[in-house]
Design a protein around this ligand. Sequence first.
Ligand code: SF4
Length: 238
Amino acid sequence: MMILRRIKDNLFLFTIILAYGLISIINPSMGLASVKNSGYYIKEMLMIMPVIFVLTALLDLWVPKEKIMQFLGRDAKAKGLLLAFVIGSVSAGPIYAAFPMCTMLHKKGASIRNIVVILSSWAVIKIPMLLNEAKFLGLRFMIVRWLLTVAAIIIFSWLADKIIKDEDLPQGEAQKLGVSINKEACIGCRICVEIYPELFEMKAKKAFVKDYDDREIDSERLKKTMMDCPVKAIEHTE
Ligand code: SF4
């Protein structure tokens, strides 16, 4: 039972291990090459990710949430789009380095659309990549591809924003264990924000829990907010 739960919780990892096992049985040399290849990427990730985590933590600490919401939030519109293109285009490093940073930006109020633009420009229109592209394939090729790619990113980020909801993204373990909001149930009445603005905020007509320190929770006020929420969408798991 315990083993089955472990497998269920780490389904992706177990699928990969199973795939390696099968490849190694069918074609041992291909299996060995696959393991070596993965080992190379894991080593690269272990070298890069600690730096990325430190940078992300510093950004999280230094850049206030209000600024992220103002410049990359839903209301930032064209300004947010432009900034997202700039962030993605000037960034360095492999694309997986962008994921923790984008998680932090989303947690602080960046819109899904701007997150998609950052990730897409990071992946396909980074400036060093463009310079190399122009060198090997010519300036005309690079400019036409860049223009078409930017147009595609604008369209697909808009579509992604319509399909993916903020609550579809993980909200972080701390929130899951502490105060959380059932987004399906929330009707956006703002009562929680009015009673406890230090803990709750509105984003796109849904209430969200702000970053908080468990020790600073005013349990009386939280209890009142939970009671007053008309659809009982606020949960507190201790
Ligand atoms: S009080 Fe409840 S329904 Fe109203 S915004 Fe807050 S969580 Fe949503």
